[in-house]
Design a protein. Sequence first.
Length: 406
Amino acid sequence: MESLTELYRIGNGPSSSHSLGPRAAMTAFCARHPEAAAVEVVLYGSLAATGRGHGTDRALEAGADGRPVRIRWRPDVSLPAHPNGMRFIARDAADGEVAAWTAYSVGGGAIRGEGESLGPRTSVYDRSTFAGILGWCRATGRGIPDWVEEREGAGIWDFLTGIRAAMDAAIDRGLAASGELPGGLGVRRRAASHLAGEGKVPLWRRTTLAVYALAVSEENAAGGVVVTAPTCGGAGVLPAVLRHIAEEHRCDDRAVLRALATAGVVGNLVKTNASISGAAIGCQGEVGTACAMAAAAAAELLGASPAQIECAAEIGIEHHLGMTCDPVAGLVQIPCIERNAVGALRAVDAAALAMLGDGSHRVSFDQAVEAMRRTGADLGEGYRETSRAGLAAIVGPPPEPGNACG
Ligand code: SF4
């Protein structure tokens, strides 16, 4: 498994795979070909189907360092290696081809070049299953965050301190903003107004938790700065759960960082053994994984054993199996924003359910992740970030090539 520094990335929304990744790929391509006068980019598959709604065009321009960018949208063609394929062509002043490169945005902002393995690049960790990690915990009598520190070094805590600050800042900015989100769907920010009305919902004490998730996801939809956890689309779940529980239970900073480390291990396990890309396996890989990460974080914060933490993460995955990615009009708004709030609520419930028992349970986290991988492979293309099926087909306008929102 890769370092947690490859999982948690700070960047502008709305989509890690459709905006952060393409921007990083363009930046890398331009750095390798400073002679390029202009860059042509062919976007394939999901990137082309929901690219403009997800801000791919703006992300590519931002990464081109002032060079003109010409985009060709090919939603009708999916490259065999991954549904998020891109071909970069460097052009000279006479429009001649100087160089070309095919790359894939494989989820969470990560990029892989043609011929490169789509899996993890580095192997910071010596175990890639939860069963293996539990074995280490049993043998050493230590917790999951201790394993993280052993593998990553003590510097990981400074990194996670920065990640936590960025998560909190996204909540605060989301709570301070109002108005309509961009894209033309007419979706209004509601985190701030919901918070102002806190306590008015009978029998519901967790308004704040849901509102924190809404705040981050609205920031993401507006193109604000968020942390991939594991992606931009699922970025609201973990910050909301961490902050809500830390406030409710007066957890200290060290405990929150340890929870962030444990959540990162959960996200890394899914990334390694299935996928965190909505285009590859649907929203189960994004918000489903975010829920599992947050469930594990909640359990860690509340003093659960490693076995209970594994159980919490498994519940988080199991009850998102099969969840499709069908963003209306290609925007990361419906169902994404509300889905983050529901994911945060479910995460806390998953942690509570797990902590009612001693951690023993029938379905292991590793089995649930394998089920996720296989389920994702069975999902039709319309349910994998193309806005061609599900809610997108019923609620939104039919997507135009490259611009589902018009
Ligand atoms: S439905 Fe889920 S996976 Fe798809 S864009 Fe929205 S948050 Fe991402």
